[in-house]
Design a protein around this ligand. Structure first.
Ligand code: CAA
Length: 378
């Protein structure tokens, strides 16, 4: 079996590759210095990349899921920052409204998210509720035609930059995860306080903030789905979102492999290129094999999703393996570069710093194993 993409998918891949190399690569230094890539996102909106899978009816490009994954994969080869911004914006920022929202909510929000006029964020994690997402403590109480929400969130990707936040809070704490509800919250909602901007090991340029809800008043019409459906909305969208993070990890691994292989062919020690020394040659062979395996898992999960088939187990497998591959291949790439790999003069130290979080966000590797294991027991 060979990976074969349709003509349309290949066009998407080529277009994104050209865009990433011509527009994003020159922006890397600014992102590394902490700048959020607003102007890049604006151009991506113009190219239809902020709503790749969103139906045309709501301003999207209405392409298949594999095209979306190809886009994240190609973007992440150049910038894992832009990769994660797009993945969060689409998979867990836009899709919860597209799949669980009513017509008015879709008209109002999805159409703006799809064009890039709005940026999306997803607010599930709390200081004391990370992997155990069902134990979250944010509380939503209905008062007349509003919900009053109190609580706090951490590690919110796109936070502070986003226009729309999908917020999870409990409307009935006695019911545990069955009491969690989802809300669409606009950025200028009274009581929404943007907190600390985390200083991260990698992904500089992507924004990760704390949020506080201080008697935040959300119109009742912004409840997403029904009360108590929030946890399922979160889980269903994370199922698919994880393929996006797997594609991001794959992009980092491919970039690290490419850089290491090119360097190993040029760098001469003991009278021949280091690629021809078995110690490095074997390392490159293992790196390439892992990347190929990750690619098959990522596109297998994407293909299932494109066909509308269940893909939760395959998405978790893809994320588990691709993130592990990204970390190992980035470590190996630094090793191939030797002392130069430890400097900022070469991109491999950035790949190394950016790779690690793919084993953590949208469910740690341990959580992926729980999901895979539960699916095996079904
Ligand atoms: N789809 C739909 N419903 C689901 C589901 C799924 N994939 N998984 C579980 N559910 C439902 C169950 O059917 C069950 O419903 P009932 O109560 O009606 O029977 C309910 O949810 C509870 O299920 P579990 O008992 O299996 O749930 P759990 O409490 O044991 O947790 C878990 C399961 C998989 C560990 C979950 O807590 C989890 O995924 N944790 C990780 C959280 C996570 O990924 N956070 C990422 C934050 S977002 C992020 O990182 C974005 C970013 O910035 C990049």
């Amino acid at each position: 079996m060979e990976l074969r993409f349709t003509e349309e998918q290949q066009m998407m891949r080529n277009m994104v590759k050209d865009f990433a190399e011509s527009e994003i690569a020159p922006f890397i230094d600014r992102m590394e210095a902490g700048e959020f890539p607003r102007e890049i996102l604006k151009k991506m909106g113009e190219l239809g990349l902020m709503g790749i899978t969103t139906p045309e009816q709501y301003g999207g490009s209405e392409m298949d899921f594999t095209s979306y994954i190809l886009a994240i994969n190609e973007l992440s080869k150049v910038s894992a920052v832009v990769g994660v911004i797009l993945s969060v914006h689409t998979s867990v920022g836009t899709n919860p409204i597209l799949y669980f929202g009513n017509e008015a909510q879709k008209e109002k929000y999805v159409s703006r998210l799809a064009t890039g006029e709005y940026l999306g964020a997803f607010c599930l994690t709390e200081p004391n509720s990370g992997s155990d997402a069902g134990s979250l403590k944010s509380r939503a109480v209905k008062e007349g035609d509003h919900y009053k929400i109190n609580g706090s969130k951490v590690f919110i990707t796109n936070g502070g930059e986003a226009d729309v936040y999908i917020v999870f809070a409990s409307t009935n704490p006695e019911l545990g995860s069955r009491g969690i509800s989802a809300f669409i919250v606009e950025k200028d909602t009274p009581g929404l306080i943007i907190g600390k901007d985390e200083h991260k090991m990698g992904l500089h340029g992507s924004r990760t903030v704390q949020l506080t809800f201080d008697n935040m008043l959300v119109p009742a019409e912004n409840l997403l789905g029904n009360e108590g459906e929030g946890f399922k909305i979160a889980m269903a969208n994370l199922d698919v979102g994880r393929i996006g993070i797997a594609a991001q990890a794959l992009g980092i691994a491919e970039a690290a492999l490419e850089a290491a292989a090119a360097y190993a062919k040029e760098r001469v020690q003991f009278g021949k290129p280091i690629a021809a020394q078995q110690g490095i040659g074997f390392k490159l062979a293992d790196m390439a094999t892992a990347v190929e395996a990750a690619k098959l898992l990522v596109y297998r999960a994407a293909d299932l999703r494109s066909k509308g088939l269940p893909c939760g187990k395959e998405a978790s497998m893809a994320k588990l393996f691709a993130s592990k591959t990204a970390v190992q291949v980035a470590i190996d790439a630094v090793q191939v570069f030797g002392g130069y790999g430890y400097t900022e003069d070469y991109p491999v130290e950035r790949y190394f710093r950016d790779a690690k979080v793919t084993e953590i966000y949208e469910g740690t590797s341990e959580i992926q194993r729980i999901v895979i294991g539960k699916n095996l027991l079904k």
